[in-house]
Design a protein around this ligand. Sequence first.
Ligand code: MN
Length: 230
Amino acid sequence: SGRGRAEVFARSLGERNRRKLTLEHELRRALANKQFTLYWQPKVQTEDWYICGAEALLRWNHPTLGQIPPSEFIPVAEAAGLINEIGTWVMKEACRVAAKELPGLTISINASPAQLQRTDFIMHVDAALSLAGLPPDHLEVEITESLFMDASPVALRNLRALHKRGVRVALDDFGTGYSSLAYLRKFPFDTLKIDRAFVTELLSRPDARAIVRTIIDLARTLGMDTVAEG
Ligand code: MN
């Protein structure tokens, strides 16, 4: 495993690889076989406890493998180059359902860095919105900090194009990962999503409370909304 390094093979490694190969193989047919569904995670306004939005979460129900968690299949889809196709389906389906069944709500979708780095990303957004008849400001695209790691000019251009259309942009999982504050100056996000890890410990740990308070203050100063995950 590279110079001066050795790794011992274990049976579990082989099993993990076989599982990945199986998932990749099955993922290629999952879209066509309609095995994906969207679950809706509501967002509640804490001022009046009204539901103001919902996040579309992708779920994969395989006829023989059962429910495969996104934490397992999304990395496989990204590595296999399938994430763009899947992400485009999510966008289209989310907009369609939102316009039909969730009137007035702002819906969020999660976009993979691989999607944002494509020059046809905005075209897919426009198509999804116009096909569904959904106003652009009813859609929010959630991205993670990892998008900025490569500092791709295409991605930044796509974010600006979203902003120009009135589509909202949220920074997901904020507080974990690199949490470089420099990212907050690269693009005018509409929303900061505070990572679930801090939110779940709000009542039990003063350090979590201090971090959340600081994120909220920061977001307010920068004119961004905050969402507490979970
Ligand atoms: Mn999200």
